[in-house]
Design a protein around this ligand. Sequence first.
Ligand code: ADP
Length: 715
Amino acid sequence: MEKFNEDEIQKKIEEKRKRFIENAHRALGFYDQNMLSPGGEHKKRTEAMENEFNKVYDDNEQHARRYDDEPAKPLILAASKNPENVINSPSEEKQANKQIMDSADLNPDKVSSSGSPQEDSLTAAEKEQELRNKPKTNTTNSKSQAITTVTQTPEIRSQKSLHKNLEEEKKQPFNEALLTKSKKSKKDKAKLVKAKPSELYEEDASPVQNRFYRRGDDSLPKSKKRKKFVVNTRHCRQERETLQYVIDLCRWYETTSIGEGNLIWYGVSLRDCDIDIIKSRVEGKSGNELFFNRYPGSELLARKKILCNIMNRMEKYFGEEYEFTPLSYMLPEEEDLLDEDMTKYKDMWYIAKPSKGCGGDGIFLINRITDIPRWHSNSELLVQHYITDPLLVDKKKFDLRIYVLVNGLDPLECYFCNEGMVRLCTELYKAPDRSNRRLKYMHLTNFSLNKNSSKYSEGDDETGKNGNKRLLSSVLEYLEREQGLDPDKILEQIKDTCRKTIIGLIPYLADFARISINPNIDQLRCFQIFGFDILVDKKMKAWLLEVNANPSLNMYQDKELPNGDLERTLRDLDKNLKSMVMQDAIQIVRSKSSPDSYGCFEKILPSKDPFYDQFFIWEEARKIFERLGGVKSPEFISSSQFQRLSKLRGMTNGKIVKAHYDIMYKNVVNRSDSKLMAMEHFFDALEVLAAKLFKKNSLYESLNDLIITVKDQHI
Ligand code: ADP
């Protein structure tokens, strides 16, 4: 095992400290368009701002005051933006694996959980709660680091083989059926095609028959009664064939001409040039149907650290209602804090994930700080409490891929897909310990990993029954039959988690959209299918693991062959589910009636239950920001625009006067590059204002009072 001497350790600690301070400084700078200000950063800034505010306040010989806020919930510090944080290069990994093989640490560990009496008297849930409620402070404890990893196979895609397969696919019946039919120019004629319905599609018109899915809902007008609907597949990626299948099924038209069509489908995040096209199409709207399947910035919001920070801010205001993301630590900034908690609760397990990773790449389980591989000391890692008691199917761990359709931000319209995909591990599950912590087929449910296991099984072609990838409906039936669990209750928990997550994301999606495409977001014409990764534990709590802005809608199951080629297998399970999700989503988007349900989708927002209204507090704050900036300045507000708040009834008192708004504005913008106030800064300023003007029992009540005060007044 690699040993560190004292000097090296000391040097390492110093380096970490330095990095931590640099990150903290960066945290005090304000958000730019590429990186949202995370919640921890936000808290730091709020505190710093409050300190400065109080300082000026004192300097002005006014009363020095302390504001007795609620004890702070654990918050996270800023995410480092260091682009050099490349994680797990194959050579590093190879090297590390070699070291593991050489290391004594490979042997199953003899370490027992030598908990303190205090620790042992607490249940896991109580420990988790204690940690959640503990304000985060930084310690300088650090330890030497041993090297360990979970090996990953880098996914290399062979374009050659992909093209070959696509060509072959084109020979199949439904692509043969494409006929040219267009009034366009000769050049475009070749690209605008209409499907001839083949028997295959008639037969497949109800792809998935299960207890949730009801096709044949006639609440929407039939597509044939409508105008020609043209879908642009030019920017599709792996989902191209699925979309083409849906186009054929619905007898729509397809084009690949740049910027053409009623629906432009983007298979990856929007580039600047895509946004330009969208902008020009939105501005030059001809009254035709026009849709884009993405919100700008959505992929940033789905990044692990950013999502975690947004959810943390919600948790700060709504407590246990938002305790559905596992307790998290940002590394390297919070390594000492993690170390402290690990030392205190020795039997707790954690999962470490590279912030920008996907497909289970670079993920490993730890329960000591020294389990973090040495090469990760510079990387951005998100370390989370490991959920040790997941529900099991056939004694295997599984997670759920849930599809959520966002179809409009203001007014908000959001649908939940009642059918989804379940990904099962290929090894029987055991609670993590030192001997099994590296068994990725036991702990990680990613399909991209497990498909490489020799134990991977396909199961039933349509439902995946008995296999490692199954339909949600089939798993819910199993849980009801075999474990007596109530499927409706499980679904309700999942919906609740999805609803709350979307509510947390809405202000940021709306802010990005206003800045990037159109300040009037009711004219956006964007929608998006998000993939939520959910883990359900034995208490039927639905934990949010990840939000995927680009969920796989590929109807092929791709497998990399030893020679590097890509083998593509068409499976009914994928084809039926994903085409159904796509088709029903597009039908809802095209519908003018905003149906309560359609096909596999059910509307979850706006909710009929007024309970969810409270969670829109930051969206209400964003709307105030929007009113202050207007269409002319969607990105920032100026000092005078901000100071308009001080003229409103109830927004000043004996202690807070107009001049303080000026100070507050300067305090905020002085730390940003832009020198103007962005939405995130505005949120920080509102928090401080709310705490000073409306001293209520909770942060939520104070902010709510402020929102109510401002909402009905003319700004
Ligand atoms: P990736 O984006 O790389 O797939 P995820 O966050 O989805 O990363 O994690 C990969 C897998 O690890 C999940 O599918 C799940 O099986 C497991 N996992 C992730 N976080 C946790 C957690 N907090 N507790 C238990 N298992 C987890």
